[in-house]
Ligand binder design. Structure first.
Ligand SMILES: [Zn+2]
Ligand SMILES: [Zn+2]
Length: 376
């Protein structure tokens, strides 16, 4: 089976975050015949690391990709469409895995002589939990990468174009759940209860003003109200419970801290003023993915013969690869997936197979540069 067939097989059998058991097993089955120098499974849950070469012989370069699919029903009709109802690979992680498998094939027949290549297949990227779990696991601590790289395919950019920048490559984001609780009342006597309606009404416009309120200059600081819930369809009852769901986004981790602090202060003030109790929870917490200067320079220097676009703007979306670049020198770059390819997470999206050869070629050039050039 070649890497395109592997990608199709992974696409057909997608698994959600944290339960990528069969996906991990399929990868091990596919890669074991290449006789890697080390295979470690069960990292941070279902994570798998496949290594070629010897860390004591030189630098260790880690590449990271993701195992998980999304809770989206696929609308494509090709042969290898998802056979799992309501789950499909709509972020192209099947393609990212196939790219690392192609890199593995290369190093199986061209064993690294001056270092080690670690291919890290990480679980649960979409929830923001997988990278943290992998890095917290003792099993991953045997690897001491000098550099770590990842790519993400990006529709609407020319096929094969590299999109990269210094500093923040992907924004920080987090989901905020605000719960307000008052007291129910008969709808004929609402004044005897405490409805969260006025507090919700007061809080919603606040989110639009957040960039000004924290004095952010960045165009990437904003809050999106993704849901509001108040009471029930019960016409005799004035509500006691209200919930607001908001996604916060920022270019830097510092701005995210200020947003979170401001939101929690405002919610406390408004809830108290309306005699409501409240709770604030967070889900899908992603730090900014901040690229290391040296790692970005390596990408530029290694890919001088390839189309590389240095972009001034980060991607608005988030990636948990930022956890790796907090610990190690590293960088994530975008890989153009073609102008006609549907957007990520769309139900008709599919990873372009041509990118498997292109992405693996770029990664190999980057690894070789790390091994052979005098980079510090
Ligand atoms: Zn995604
Ligand atoms: Zn993704």
């Amino acid at each position: 089976m070649n890497c395109i067939a592997l990608r199709h097989r992974l696409h057909q059998h997608p698994e959600l975050a944290n339960v990528e058991v069969d996906t991990a097993a399929r990868l091990v089955e596919y890669l074991s015949p290449l006789s890697p120098d080390n295979v470690v499974t069960g990292i941070g849950g279902t994570g798998v690391a496949v290594c070629f070469g010897d860390a004591s012989a030189g630098r260790t370069v880690m590449l990271r990709c993701e195992l998980d699919a999304l809770p989206i029903s696929e609308t494509n009709t090709f042969d290898y469409r998802s056979v799992v109802a309501g789950v499909s690979h709509k972020c192209g992680h099947d393609g990212h895995m196939a790219i690392l498998a192609a890199v593995a094939q290369h190093y199986a027949s061209n064993r690294p002589k001056t270092g080690q290549v670690v291919l890290m297949f990480q679980p649960a990227e979409e929830t923001g939990a997988g990278a943290k779990a992998v890095l917290a696991d003792q099993l991953s601590q045997q690897f001491k990468p000098d550099f770590v790289f990842a790519l993400h395919n990006v529709p609407k950019f020319p096929l094969g174009e590299v999109i990269v920048k210094q500093g923040t490559m992907c924004c920080a984001s987090r989901g905020v759940i605000i719960r307000l609780t008052g007291k129910t009342a008969h709808a004929a006597q609402p004044e005897t209860g405490i409805s969260p309606l006025k507090a919700v009404h007061q809080l919603l416009p606040l989110f639009e003003q957040l960039p000004q309120l924290i004095d952010s200059e960045s165009a990437f600081t904003f809050a999106t109200v993704v849901g509001v819930k108040l009471g029930e369809k019960a016409f005799g009852t004035a509500p006691a419970d209200g919930e607001i769901y908001v996604t916060l986004r920022s270019e830097s981790n510092g701005e995210m801290e200020r947003l979170v602090e401001l939101v929690s202060n405002e919610v406390a003030a408004v809830a108290t003023a309306h005699q409501l109790s409240y709770a604030i929870d967070y889900e899908d917490v992603f730090d900014a993915t901040v690229n290391d200067e040296q790692a970005v320079n390596i990408i530029s220097a290694a890919l001088t013969d390839e189309p590389v676009r240095i972009t001034p703007e980060p991607f608005r979306w988030s990636e948990d690869f930022g956890q790796f670049t907090r610990l190690y020198r590293g960088a994530l770059f975008g890989l153009g997936a073609g102008e006609q390819t549907p957007a990520l997470h769309n139900p008709d999206y599919d990873f372009p197979d041509q990118l498997i050869e292109i992405g693996s070629r770029y990664f190999i050039k980057i690894i070789e540069h790390c091994f052979n050039q005098n980079v510090n």
